[in-house]
Design a protein around this ligand. Structure first.
Ligand SMILES: CC(C)(COP(=O)(O)OP(=O)(O)OC[C@H]1O[C@@H](n2cnc3c(N)ncnc32)[C@H](O)[C@@H]1OP(=O)(O)O)[C@@H](O)C(=O)NCCC(=O)NCCS
Length: 317
């Protein structure tokens, strides 16, 4: 279906300022600067600057009224390869005054045509833990973007799972209490927590590649390249690396403990030490955008509250 007077075309370099101002009055909880937008879209190695494929704007009387991004990987996900059956929609929006006229659907038709031409089988809004190319938010914000949720459901998407964003002030973080709980008798045998050092980087990266394949490796490498080795902690059990966490300022994560040793308060030991360091480094809060339901229960114990609720959606085509 095409909406009268609306054309869909590939994105152009000089759309940036118009797109960013439309983005900021539509995705009101996720405002962006031109610098971040350019990094997110044009500098993304999965964006092809020759074809500009997988990215469209909707135009009406020479004004941009809609935007959509669809991603297939051209750069392999670390340890998971090109994920050739999957496609991702990290962002789609239509100007508030132009919504409910069929423009979003016109963009969606382009998206699906594109994914089908690339033999994709599963489409994600916006991604999965370990695989969320073009990540801006984990899924549709259930409170802020209700129309978005209704829109995807109309197109046959189903809710796959529902992660949350969480935060807390750490000005009064009860360190002693949480430390005692984390290191309770019977949970400490053979365990130690330490920063990554030049001598242990290789061991850390081998652990990541083996137990957390996917884009957490990319985040770990970015942190190491940025010279922030001290802001990565590893947990050892009987000398072997079994867990880690990293942070950037007050932004906590990613964070993972090897599956077969979960439930031994290794995560708690890592988190409590990370918060101690974040606070000592002048942090006032900790926050993150994405915790799956099990992880959310973990953070609740440390007084973090849910700040946003997301729906990750999936369409099998
Ligand atoms: C999601 C969005 C792009 C849809 O664009 P749109 O042009 O309004 O969509 P359409 O007019 O093609 O709507 C198609 C169907 O979606 C559903 N829908 C869309 N908006 C809806 C709303 N506000 N309430 C209920 N259902 C809605 C309806 O079933 C609609 O069909 P109908 O009008 O025949 O009933 C737009 O609502 C938007 O920009 N929202 C804010 C950004 C956002 O949430 N993006 C998703 C996060 S990635």
């Amino acid at each position: 279906m095409s909406v009268s007077g609306v054309t869909i075309r590939a994105v152009k370099g000089n759309d940036v300022s118009e797109l960013v101002s439309l983005w900021n009055r539509t995705l009101i909880r996720d405002t962006i600067t031109e610098q971040r937008f350019v990094n997110w879209l044009f500098v993304d190695p999965d964006f092809d600057p020759l074809s500009c494929e997988g990215c469209w704007v909707a135009e009406k009387q020479n004004t941009i009224v809609g935007f959509a991004r669809a991603i297939i990987r051209s750069i392999p996900n670390d340890g998971l390869g090109l994920e050739v059956e999957d496609g991702w929609i990290p962002v789609i929006f239509v100007a508030p005054e132009e919504q409910r006229k069929g423009i979003g659907s016109q963009l969606m038709e382009e998206i699906l045509k594109f994914f089908k031409s690339k033999a994709r089988r599963r489409i994600w809004v916006c991604g999965n833990t370990g695989s969320a190319p073009g990540y801006i938010f984990p899924g549709v914000d259930k409170d802020a973007y209700r129309a978005g949720l209704a829109f995807f459901k109309k197109w046959g998407f189903v809710v796959d799972h529902e992660p949350v964003a969480m935060a807390r002030s750490i000005i009064d973080f009860e360190y002693e209490r949480y430390y005692k709980e984390a290191w309770a008798e019977g949970t400490c045998e053979g365990l130690s927590i330490e920063s990554v050092t030049p001598e242990t980087v290789l061991e850390f990266l081998a652990f990541m590649r083996r137990y957390f394949p996917g884009d957490w490796n990319i985040a770990a490498r970015a942190q190491l390249r940025a010279g922030k080795m001290n802001d990565i902690l590893i947990a050892r059990l009987n000398g072997e690396v079994v867990g880690y966490c990293q942070w950037d300022g007050e932004h906590f994560g990613p964070f993972g403990v090897r599956e077969d040793v979960r439930g031994k308060r290794i995560g708690a030991k890592l988190f409590v030490e990370a918060v101690r360091r974040i606070k000592a480094d002048d942090g006032r809060s900790v926050w993150f955008n994405w915790a799956d339901p099990d992880a959310a229960r973990f953070y609740k114990r440390f007084g973090l509250d849910v700040t946003r609720r997301f729906a990750i959606l999936r369409l099998d085509i």
